[in-house]
Design a protein around this ligand. Structure first.
Ligand code: ADP
Length: 398
């Protein structure tokens, strides 16, 4: 069965075509700057074929048509015609309380995703555009929506309600939703496989550390707590996002900096985090280089990032009454040995003992980096959200 996975942003479209019989990636690509005259289509196809084309992709429908023309191309395509695609999996950012699992897309589901636009005004409209473009281009193909928030719908009420008047939850749906659910679910299932344990019987803390970063406490395969909240702005200090701050700072910053509410939200989303602290970059590779050269604020940014992760891990170990597995995933978690070392330093009393040598060797591959005598298995697991979405498609449709 061939599954096409689609992930649309406001001006981008990412895709992967997978043959799920052997879970083989057939082709993938990315259209960026959709709507501009210099849109870019990067495509990776058969026999390591790679191309980057600059052209005008007017809208997402245009991008989708372009993608299909690549997939069926005689020279570098991977299928003969579109009918070979059996199903389409869509990443949808926000499913609110309505969607606690993946669903087959029909008119009602589309309306449900629309109803959640208020909760994710930047993301859900783009996801809907992607779904509608596929409906137009490939009518009658089964399509499945896989929500970033769905995995966290098992978080208990005492963990998802904010300590503000309860009516705000009832009236406006203000509560913790959590994000990165597809990634946390994928790595937690991988961890159980790697350790040859039943997922129902283990407690996991999963650290998804990329540009956006979140931590999740997972009990028996279910999310019971996570660091992102009503929006992806809360929790850890991230590439450009502040993470949790004193809420009274918002009005204080607005006044001091003479900014509107929207400008302040942007400031906290785009100019804060390790970028704001270092004044250099949101990218950890740049921060590491600068820090090695003696830049104090780059060093401080890395330390603050690691310190916050450590605090969340400790908190979640308390929530779970101990853990069996600690997972590091996403760009920083998978590749940055120094950050993993800083985070796990001095956590022996919680059973966390990092093997420094194994840690140095783990880069972008699945690896157990804990000492042999440690109670907690520390795993580095590259995330694969697209594969998880394709698997969800297969599960739901069968
Ligand atoms: P997102 O998907 O949220 O945009 P990623 O998961 O791609 O983010 O993570 C991006 C972060 O991962 C960046 O800070 C980048 O520096 C870091 N990263 C990626 N590769 C490496 C590497 N080889 N070494 C160190 N850091 C890396």
């Amino acid at each position: 069965m061939k599954v096409l996975v689609i992930n649309t942003g406001s001006s981008s479209l990412k895709y992967q075509l997978m043959d799920m019989d052997g879970e083989i990636l057939l082709a993938k690509g990315l259209c960026e700057r959709i709507g501009f005259y210099d849109s870019v289509h990067k495509y990776y196809g058969k026999d390591n074929y790679k191309s980057k084309t600059v052209k005008h992709l007017k809208n997402h429908l245009d991008a989708l048509e372009d993608m299909l023309s690549y997939l069926v191309n005689r020279d570098y395509g991977v299928i003969e015609n579109i009918n070979e695609i059996d199903a389409i999996g869509h990443r949808v950012v926000h499913g609110g309380e309505k969607f606690s699992k993946s669903v087959i897309i029909d008119g009602d589901v589309l309306k449900g995703i629309r109803d959640c636009i208020d909760l994710a005004p930047l993301h859900n409209p783009a996801n809907i555009i992607g779904i509608e473009a596929c409906m137009h281009e490939m009518p009658n193909k089964p399509m499945v929506a896989v929500f970033d928030t769905a995995f966290h719908q098992t978080i208990p009420i005492h963990a998802f309600i904010y300590a503000i008047p309860y009516e705000l939850y009832e009236k406006y749906g203000i509560r913790k939703y959590g994000f990165h659910g597809t990634s946390h679910r994928y790595v937690s299932k991988r961890a159980a496989k790697i350790l040859n344990k039943s997922l129902d019987k283990i407690n996991i803390v999963s650290c998804h550390l990329g540009n956006g970063a979140s931590i999740c406490a997972i009990k028996g395969g279910k999310s019971v707590e996570t660091s992102m909240g009503f929006t992806p702005l809360s929790g850890l200090a991230m590439g450009t996002r502040s993470g949790s701050i004193d809420p009274a700072l918002i009005s204080y910053i607005m006044e001091k900096m003479d900014m509107t509410a929207e400008e302040t939200t942007n400031y906290l989303n785009r100019e804060s985090g390790v970028l704001g602290i270092s004044g250099i970059s949101s990218d950890f590779r740049d921060l590491l280089k600068a820090s090695e050269k003696g830049n104090k604020r780059a060093k401080l940014a890395i330390e603050i990032f690691a310190y916050r992760v450590k605090k969340y891990i400790s908190e979640y170990i308390g929530v779970l009454n101990g853990i069996d597995v600690l997972i590091f995933t996403a760009g920083i978690g998978e590749n940055n040995a120094l950050v993993r070392q800083l985070i796990t330093h001095n956590m022996e009393y919680m059973g966390i003992k990092l093997d420094l040598e194994k840690n140095e060797q783990a880069r972008g591959i699945e690896r157990n980096v804990s000492k042999n005598d440690a109670n907690v298995q520390i795993l580095v697991i590259p995330t694969n959200e697209e594969l998880e979405i394709a698997r969800e498609c297969i599960n739901i449709l069968s």
